[in-house]
Design a protein around this ligand. Structure first.
Ligand SMILES: Nc1ncnc2c1ncn2[C@@H]1O[C@H](COP(=O)(O)OP(=O)(O)OP(=O)(O)O)[C@@H](O)[C@H]1O
Length: 220
């Protein structure tokens, strides 16, 4: 019988329906739905993050930038499972985050992060203690590693230029309790060298993001 005319057995699982619900965009990367965090302390509640909804694609270099105390580190701890959200759900590669899980790394050192070959790298101000020139060189090196390994990277920084230089997309956070002020695509070609910082697209985007914090003067 021609397979195209074969009758459908309604008692069999519908493979094509599963394919639709399992498509890569849903099951890969990191997905946050309604994720908020309020710290309960003896002195009262400290709302740290308002409900957040966003999706980091598999293999994406995603950078979060925001003022001091807006909840950036909290966000990373939630995604790595070190903290439980107050509301909402986090899926990493289709799996709900409950406890710290194998291959996820939050390290200051790229080398240490790569020893375990994680598919996802979570980095909180990884080069914050370095002088400016070394930091730039480390950023170039980090981009090279990410390009070669196709890992998903979520990196947090206070520096808007650093965010734009590194990212495929930049998430800009508001002051605490942190919410999404905006998410920007960075349309700079890859591979990027330090020359990318002289590109008008780069300077324009840095200026645009800086305007979010103009009144606070809170970022580099
Ligand atoms: N364990 C905790 N208990 C109570 N409040 C906390 C706790 N951890 C963080 N906070 C508060 O939650 C808010 C967000 O903190 P978080 O460290 O996530 O911010 P951040 O954006 O990473 O800050 P920074 O840029 O200064 O590193 C801050 O006001 C902080 O004081």
């Amino acid at each position: 019988m021609n397979p195209a005319t074969k009758p459908v057995d309604i008692n069999q699982p519908a493979a094509h329906l599963r394919l639709v619900s399992d498509r890569a965009g849903d099951a890969s990367g990191i997905k946050l739905s309604g994720v908020s965090k309020t710290y309960r302390t003896r002195d009262g509640d400290v709302p740290s993050l308002r409900p957040l909804d966003f999706h980091i694609n598999d293999g994406e270099f995603f950078v979060v930038v925001g003022p001091s105390g807006c909840g950036k580190s909290t966000l990373l701890k939630l995604i790595s499972g070190l903290l439980a959200p107050t509301t909402g759900e986090i899926l990493v590669e289709g799996q709900k985050v409950t406890t710290p899980h194998g291959g996820m790394q939050q390290r200051a050192s790229i080398c240490r992060a790569l020893v375990h070959d994680p598919r996802i790298m979570l980095m909180d101000e990884p080069f914050g203690a370095l002088d400016a020139l070394t930091r730039e060189r480390m950023n170039v090196e980090l981009m090279r590693i990410q390009r070669e390994t196709k890992k998903t990277v979520l990196l947090i920084t206070h520096s808007i230029p650093e965010a734009v230089f590194l990212a495929d997309r930049v998430l800009v956070m508001t002051e605490r309790p942190g919410a999404i002020a905006a998410i920007y695509d960075v349309p700079l070609p890859r591979p990027r060298s330090l020359d990318a910082m002289a590109d008008p697209v780069f300077t324009e985007l840095v200026q645009r993001i800086r305007k979010h914090f103009f009144s606070q003067g809170a970022l580099d």
